[in-house]
Design a protein around this ligand. Structure first.
Ligand code: PLP
Length: 374
């Protein structure tokens, strides 16, 4: 009698899809305004540049917009050439992504066979496990120690099945940095079936003289891929441009699953201009250095612990339920990132903003602490 029920989409999807956990993004400003009826909201949740894009990038975007009816250059010739010149590599060693998160995905699609392992610090950038799981691989998450990436423990997990080895430096969400010495010993000791992916999204903010020169591994001809982005210090998060530098052979392979027009016209033009705006980067670094010093002082005054950061954010041990602190800050128009999404329920990650933004965050946090400790 009864008709055969239609198959549910869930029965049709690849089995790997069921395991995937969508990325949790920072809450958008407009959403907070809508939901809470606020008019004045600041976002210190996604490590964006509080100074905005470089003025040169803005000009380039306006000029490029006139050609909005023309497809972008699928090979991003100008941008690759500019990046290659900057770092002293060949354009064939450069790949451009729709954000560096797309490159993490393409690297997984290129190298992970079912059962292959990707080793990663944890908590770290939430995107690393996604393509590994998607391809039927195994994401091996190695816990941080005191907020720092534990490279020795990661190296100890390397097996015959290991393909990818992610090093997030400085690490997100903790902001801590591995030194040249720590990295060199481990990278040179890894077997040659392991591809090391350095994610250096915050490199431009690093002040320590001990920051590793990861490109030196690429120059030595090792299977090392360095990822950088225009989303942070370059202030172009909304335009979505990231890049990878590695051996030409690896780059050629990663380029194959890439969709031809992954990086749009405005993004390519903006990135070329931003790369040439040393002044804006210098101003952004200065703003970050001063903001960090201010926040350290104020957090010390409030008696709160935090990890020393080489990035443009600070991971703060508030010692109270992170969801509740997050919501109370939200009501005061301040968006941060609650630690529970990183498995650290007493913590908050806050982006270093401008002086007025930092002052507003500290004032709001002090109120919330007083309220909750009541
Ligand atoms: C922000 C961030 C990125 C950059 O992402 P895009 O896709 O380039 O915007 C990459 N890695 C880490 C660790 C980050 O925090």
């Amino acid at each position: 009698m009864g008709e055969k029920p239609l198959k549910r989409a869930g029965e049709l999807a690849r089995k790997e899809i069921a395991k995937l956990v969508p990325y949790v993004a920072g809450k958008p400003i407009e959403e907070v305004k809508r939901e809470l009826g606020l008019t004045d909201v600041i976002k210190l949740a996604s490590n964006e540049n509080p100074l905005g894009p470089s003025p040169k990038a803005l000009q380039a975007i306006m000029a490029a917009a006139r050609n909005g009816h023309i497809y972008p250059d699928a090979n991003a010739y100008e941008l690759k050439r500019a990046i290659a010149a900057r770092y002293g590599v060949e354009p064939a060693q450069v790949i451009i992504g729709d954000g560096s998160d797309e490159l993490v995905s393409l690297i997984g699609q290129t190298f992970i066979n079912p059962g292959d392992e990707g080793i990663m610090p944890w908590p770290s950038f939430q995107t690393y496990p996604l393509p590994v799981d998607l391809m039927g691989g195994v994401a091996v998450k190695v816990p941080l120690v005191n907020g720092r990436v534990d490279l020795t423990a990661m190296a100890a997990r390397v097996s015959e099945r290991t393909k990818l080895f992610f090093i997030c430096n400085p690490n997100n969400p903790t902001g801590t940095m591995l030194t040249r010495r720590e990295v060199e010993d481990v990278v040179r000791s890894l077997p040659d079936h392991v591809i090391v992916v350095f994610d250096e999204a915050y490199a431009e903010y690093v002040e320590s003289p001990d920051y590793p020169d990861s490109l030196s591994f690429v120059r030595e001809g090792r299977n090392v891929i360095v990822l950088r982005t225009f989303s942070k210090a370059y202030g172009l998060a909304g335009l979505r441009v990231g890049y990878g530098i590695g051996p030409a052979e690896a780059i050629d392979l990663i380029n194959r699953p890439r969709l031809a027009f992954n990086v749009n016209l405005l993004a390519q033009a903006a990135a070329v201009a931003a790369l040439g705006d040393a002044e804006h980067i210098a101003a952004s670094r200065r703003c970050n250095r001063e903001g960090k010093a201010f926040l350290y002082r104020e957090l010390d005054r409030l008696g709160l612990g935090y990890y020393p950061s080489e990035a443009n954010f600070i991971f703060i041990n508030v010692g109270l339920d992170s969801g509740e602190v997050f919501r109370r800050l939200l009501r005061r128009g301040v968006i941060v990132r609650p630690g529970d999404i990183f498995g650290c329920p007493g913590w908050q990650r806050v982006t270093i903003g401008t002086r007025p933004q930092n002052e507003r965050f500290i004032a709001a946090l002090a109120e919330v602490l007083a309220e909750m400790k009541g």
